[in-house]
Ligand binder design. Structure first.
Ligand SMILES: [Zn+2]
Length: 412
């Protein structure tokens, strides 16, 4: 039976969220946490964007060092030959790509100013896939942007062409959040049956159905005989109303009535990391987790009304569908209520040694301490908020990689 995999796109779609963003160090920490969680793939950024290139290359080095293993790091770009060439010029070690092009009549007519026809779209995609293969790409996903507003015959033709030219996956993008669980199930199942290629579902929440559509789409792929790859983001961050939330989607495909015990994950997920990763994404984006967020919201395991509180005290399963410990919750967290020495871009060696000492980090000599201090200062310039412990530990453990993450050389 085909299986379900997760491709998290926080570092690509999540950072496209208007008015918000992540530092390169924050993106790196997210990749590390996704890897710890057992996520199959992180769409880690934009290889054709200049300011991403040192970050992307540094994360590929972490993969080569075994730090970011076994997670797959994939870049996103337009399905255009020149973009593929630029990607390999900026990030020579990139090996996994998703190539995206619009397929709906709306976008073909109104993004390309009427200059392109369907045949041109297929041809551009094929040329891009061939270029990516020639430059050494190991796996390619082909994305149909606005697939939910594209007619079925053309989607099949497009996906078949992608498969014939060596794409490993087809990404069905419900770019505008237009699908509902019933339509996406039927469409994805038909695609899986007629094209015979593993299918990614990429869903947005404009109608409040991103998670539901992802689950229904995945079921469509599997019932159609193909593996399903669900695109998610942390805390559902993403364009407009956002994407399918990673934790909620994992809960949905492992705990829901029709899925639990019936559909299988391709990789074991360590859900215990859910609390940590959601909290970090919230801090890094500067966006609070809603109180009623599935699994990780403040109220997800809170009970006050008489009947519920009584019931949950007798047996949590009376009113809780899953155990809070499964999500890494329930541990006491330390909050400083007294004097605080914090670190910023203008901080000095004494405060730095104090903070690192609290985490039992010592340095071989003062030169080493000053080197790490300088990197931490630069990281603060980029983040403009205090770094969390894992960021400080990362810089101390991998100073050469941190230096690359913090290197921006505009207009060289
Ligand atoms: Zn999207």
């Amino acid at each position: 039976m085909p299986k379900i995999y997760f491709i998290d796109v926080t570092n690509r779609d999540g950072v496209q969220t208007a008015n918000l963003g992540l530092s390169k160090l924050e993106k790196t920490i997210i990749n590390i946490y996704l890897n710890e969680m057992g996520i199959f793939q992180s769409e880690f950024g934009f290889p054709t964007t200049r300011h991403e290139s040192t970050y992307l290359q540094a994360n590929l080095e972490l993969a080569a060092m075994g730090v970011l293993q076994p997670i797959r790091l994939s870049g996103w770009l337009r399905a255009i030959v020149s973009d593929v060439e630029t990607a390999f010029r900026f990030v020579p070690d990139i090996r996994h790509l998703n190539l995206s092009i619009s397929t709906s009549p709306q976008m073909i007519s109104h993004k390309f100013y009427g200059e392109k026809k369907r045949e041109d779209i297929v041809e551009m995609m094929i040329d891009a896939v061939e270029a990516a293969k020639a430059l050494g790409t190991e796996s390619i996903g082909v994305n149909a942007e606005d697939a939910s507003r594209t007619d079925m015959d053309f989607l099949i033709e497009f996906a078949l062409a992608a498969k014939e030219h060596g794409a490993q996956r087809f990404r069905y993008c419900d770019t505008l959040g237009y699908d509902d669980p019933f339509t996406i199930y039927e469409t994805v199942k038909t695609l899986a049956e007629n094209v015979g290629i593993p299918i990614e579902v990429h869903c947005h929440g404009d109608l409040g159905m991103a998670v539901a559509n992802s689950v229904a789409g995945a079921k469509g792929a599997i019932d159609g005989g193909q593996d399903a790859y669900i695109n998610t983001t942390l805390n559902g961050m993403g364009e407009r109303a956002g994407n399918a939330d990673l934790v909620a989607t994992i809960l949905a495909v492992t705990k829901s009535k029709g899925f639990a015990g019936r559909y299988r994950l391709g990789k074991r997920i360590n859900l215990k990391k859910a609390w940590k990763i959601s909290k970090f994404a919230s801090y890094a984006f500067g966006v609070p987790v809603p109180i009623n967020q599935p699994g990780v919201g403040a109220n997800a395991f809170a009970h006050s009304s008489g009947i519920h509180a009584d019931g949950v005290l007798k047996d949590p399963e009376n009113y809780e569908l899953y155990d809070l410990a499964e999500l890494g919750r329930g541990k006491l967290e330390f909050v400083e209520t007294g004097r605080e020495i914090c670190f910023g871009e203008y901080s000095g060696i004494s405060g730095f040694r104090h903070i690192m000492g609290k985490m039992a980090i010592t340095f071989e000599d003062s030169a080493k301490a000053r080197e790490i201090l300088e990197l931490v200062r630069y990281a603060n310039v980029e983040a403009q908020k205090p770094l969390i412990e894992d960021e400080l530990l990362f810089i101390a453990a991998y100073p050469q990689i941190a230096k690359k993450l913090l290197t921006l050389s505009p207009l060289e």
